[in-house]
Design a protein around this ligand. Structure first.
Ligand code: KG4
Ligand code: ZN
Length: 342
């Protein structure tokens, strides 16, 4: 099976050719991504209209290049898969309309893919991970603990009550004037900082579930910055970044412990995915948690943590192999699309 995947739900325009080869290392034949980071960094966040225009400008190029890189023709494809939600509507429409048009013109199957399902199956694209597994999906817009029981069978154990973790990294980065996306900048600054300089209380201590909330941590960070009286040195920035990152990871560790206790399927592995999964300290903490509980730990390679089309094509392969139908061409793009509703 050979699939063209297309991703344009946020700030990356990406196309990939992926096969169902048994060897995970041979599955991604090509991947071409145009990142819009330079476009949005001066605004400290994604500007949806600019993002959509940039997707329009580069979508044809990334698709053509992905096909060219492996000398695959549209006619060789089994299906065309595209992120059809959740995400920014302008970008989503660019990808979906392009995919539908290519499918019609070339008489190919069309597959509408949920972006979150793409993130949560990325690890199975890269490694032979079997179900069930305990998942932490942590991106710019989502934070979910789930028990992944099979394709399309996702039991949510906990979610964020307010901001996603990635969003809070982005906001703290903006407060410190470090730019967008904030995660990598905060991580870099944290390396030189003292994680214990600024005190925080762990959120939701009185709640029993495994939901998370990052808005209190964000507000505490704002107050710490204000307490410095507007005269912030480089070392202050390092220490704020380190203290903030430290409390976020500590909190996640506490809540994943609860999420694991709430599982009912006896998962043998912990899987982390989404943009924040690129964070080394978070990966280390989750690895430690996994070892303590005799669980395997899997995280995608850094390049596949952030948005990419390989995960979209792979999700189509997983769904086709599991007997799910192709999508109809009248599939409506969904800016909101929970993983429990796929
Ligand atoms: O999954 P993703 O690429 O896009 C969404 O679907 O949202 O995630 C992007 C998010 C951003 O908030 C970014 O700041 C965060 O992932 N991120 C990180 C790191 N790299 C990216 N957060 C913490 N540490 C990182 N190294
Ligand atoms: Zn994403």
């Amino acid at each position: 099976m050979i699939i063209l995947g297309i991703e344009s739900s946020c700030d990356e325009t990406s196309a990939a050719i992926v096969t169902d080869n048994n060897d995970p290392e041979k599955r991604i034949l090509s991947i071409v991504t145009n990142s819009q980071i330079d476009l949005h960094s001066k605004y400290g966040g994604v500007i949806p209209e600019y993002a959509a225009r940039s997707h329009v400008d580069s979508i044809e190029h990334v698709i053509e290049q992905a096909l060219k890189d492996v000398k695959v023709k549209l006619d060789d494809l089994d299906a065309i898969a595209v992120t059809s939600g959740p995400g920014l509507i302008g970008g989503l429409l660019v990808g979906v309309v392009t995919a539908k048009t290519l499918a019609v013109l070339n008489n190919k199957h069309f597959m509408a893919i949920n972006h979150l399902e793409g993130h949560l199956l990325t690890t199975r694209l890269c490694y032979n991970v079997s179900f069930p597994y305990l998942l932490l999906l942590t991106s710019g817009g989502h934070f979910i603990f789930a028990e992944v029981l099979g394709i399309g069978n996702y039991k949510i154990l906990g979610e964020t009550l307010d901001d996603a973790a990635g969003e809070s990294f982005d906001k703290v980065s903006k407060m410190l004037g470090l730019g967008y996306p904030g995660g990598p900048m905060i991580e870099k600054f944290a390396e030189k900082g003292n994680p214990n300089r600024f005190p925080y209380t762990i959120p939701l201590q009185k709640k029993t579930g495994c939901d998370v909330s990052f808005s209190g941590i964000k507000t505490a960070t704002k107050l710490h910055i204000e307490s410095l009286g507007g005269d912030i040195t480089e070392q202050d920035k390092f220490d704020i970044a380190a203290s903030f990152q430290n409390i976020v990871i500590k909190f996640i560790r506490k809540q994943i412990t609860k999420a694991y206790k709430a599982t009912t399927s006896n998962p043998k592995s912990v899987v982390v995915s989404g943009g924040v999964a690129a964070n080394t300290k978070l990966r280390e903490s989750l690895l430690e948690f996994s070892k303590e509980n005799n669980l395997n730990f899997f995280a995608p390679p850094l390049l596949l943590c952030s948005d990419n089309a390989a995960m979209v094509a792979w999700t189509a392969i997983e769904r086709i192999r599991s007997g799910f139908p192709y999508s109809n061409l009248d599939f409506k793009t969904k800016p909101r699309w929970p993983i429990t509703d796929i």
